[in-house]
Design a protein around this ligand. Structure first.
Ligand SMILES: Cc1ncc(COP(=O)(O)O)c(C=O)c1O
Length: 453
């Protein structure tokens, strides 16, 4: 998509306004660059010309170093489902603070946390804890390899499963390198990913059951796992078509392949995650974000017969080892338990209904302004799309207007709303219907400044 001169000028003006409103963040970013490359330690929260530095979060609001307040519509990348500093979470964390931060032995809280997850997530019979979603997918894949005795894995083009080598493949491939859309190339996401990851990781198109099945069958006897997000975050919180998930379920069952659902984001779709929503059960589930209530977390679980690989009490010890100084630490357990217990079915309904209202209001606005945009999402998750094409897979994003996306992201910060840099977001339980209306009005004002008045 080429950028017109007027769109580029409009974006420049938006950035000038941003720079003028955030001098303390700009100065902090200059300081950060002295000790961290590009001032950054986490790619997803770095943006041009500099990120805002947050001083405090409370409820639905975040305040930055310049005293600017923003309504948080991204909740640390969908994590803070109850908003910032929810009283129950703070109470639980403070109570644990009194008892110590971490121990060289397990705590009762971890057992309660595991019970809660096994009770809620239908396919999870046994669970283990880690400290990131990255570790969750890594361990689920490792278990699948050990269980099947096979090496290869299959993932969807555009799917993000964390920052380890075998999944750092075709998350965001350039359209020149991505190959045939029905049989995508495995493309290295960044330098340093070894060649073996490209050999081991086979890529399928999201939402194309026939093409995906053909690729899986072709490689069947070598494939340990198919890993998929039932709601794919990087394509704009896009739910899979149920037929696609069912086809993956059927073919993996037939060929003895472990089906892994990456529910690091989608667990917030309902009390039992998106597997409960779709009524399709994987063999293994990777979790993160909401299960830790705002503290670092990962969890993976599934069928007892697969999880038994990790059992130190089995005759010859665990077939797969899983260590980690902070695995199942009591601070995260406390925050996680408080969050999961607070999330009643009524609250899941409340955030899903508000998400639905937001998506439909945004769609009306976009139609009214004749902007080349769309809206995707499900339940409490949403994303603005910067193409009028229907989004079904990674290739649908080729026509996206990146200048308009950048303008919307910075423009919404200027309007007092935080989103991801891709303009994806979520509703947390502290967001009100009034804030949803204010959000939509703000999108309208940014569109006006971008030339869609
Ligand atoms: C679907 C999905 N899987 C895995 C991860 C990795 O989780 P973490 O950032 O906790 O390592 C993420 C992170 O955003 C994610 O969205």
């Amino acid at each position: 998509m080429t950028t017109t001169a007027s769109a580029a000028t409009a974006l420049e003006q938006e950035i000038e306004r941003y720079t003028a409103a955030n001098p303390n963040s700009a100065a902090m970013h200059e300081r950060a660059k002295e000790s961290m490359p590009g001032g950054d330690s986490r790619n997803s929260i770095w943006w041009k010309p500099f990120p805002v530095y947050v001083a405090r979060g409370d409820g639905s609001s975040m305040t930055d170093l310049d005293g600017n307040e923003r309504v948080d519509f991204i909740s640390n990348m969908t994590t803070l489902i109850l908003g910032h500093r929810h009283p129950e979470v703070i109470k639980a964390v403070e109570a644990q603070l009194d008892r110590g931060l971490s121990y060289p032995a397990p705590a009762q809280l971890v057992v309660e946390w595991a019970e809660l997850i096994c009770d809620r997530v239908p396919s999870v019979e046994k669970v283990r804890f880690a400290n990131s979603g990255t570790e969750a997918t890594l361990n689920a894949i490792r278990a699948a390899r050990a269980f099947t005795g096979r090496q290869k894995i299959v993932k969807c083009e555009g799917g993000y499963h964390g920052a380890h080598d075998d999944v750092a493949v075709s998350v965001n491939p350039s359209f020149d390198e991505a190959g045939d859309e029905l049989a995508p190339e495995s493309v290295r996401d960044y330098e340093g990913v070894p060649d073996k990851s490209l050999e081991h990781t086979i890529v399928i198109p999201f939402n194309n059951a026939a093409a995906a099945e053909a690729i899986i069958r072709e490689n069947g006897s070598e494939v340990a796992a198919v890993i998929v997000e039932p709601v794919i975050g990087r394509l704009g919180m896009l739910p899979a078509q149920p037929e696609f998930l069912q086809a993956l379920r059927d073919v993996t069952r037939e060929l003895g392949i472990v089906l892994i659902f990456d529910e690091v984001i989608s667990l917030r779709v309902s009390r039992g995650g998106s597997q409960e929503y779709f009524g399709i059960m994987p063999d293994m589930t990777a979790m993160g974000k909401i299960v830790g209530g705002g503290l670092p977390v990962g969890a993976f679980g599934g069928k007892s017969e697969i999880m038994a690989l990790f059992d130190p009490e089995s005759e010859s010890g665990p077939r797969v080892k899983h260590a980690g100084t902070f695995n199942g630490n009591p601070m995260t357990a406390a925050a996680g338990i408080a969050t999961l217990r607070s999330m009643t079915p009524e609250l899941y309904d409340q955030i899903a209904e508000l998400g639905e209202a937001l998506r439909s209001k945004l769609l009306n606005l976009i139609a009214e302004r004749e902007a080349p945009m769309g809206v995707t999402g499900i339940a409490s998750l949403f994303s603005l799309q910067f193409t009028a094409d229907q989004i079904v897979d990674y290739r649908s994003l080729e026509s996206a207007d990146k200048t308009l996306e950048a303008h919307m992201f910075i423009g919404m910060l200027n309007e007092g709303f935080a989103l991801s840099t891709q303009c994806a977001g979520n509703i947390s339980t502290v967001i009100t219907p009034e804030q949803v209306d204010e959000f939509v009005a703000a999108v309208g004002r940014v569109l006006e400044r971008a030339g869609y008045g």
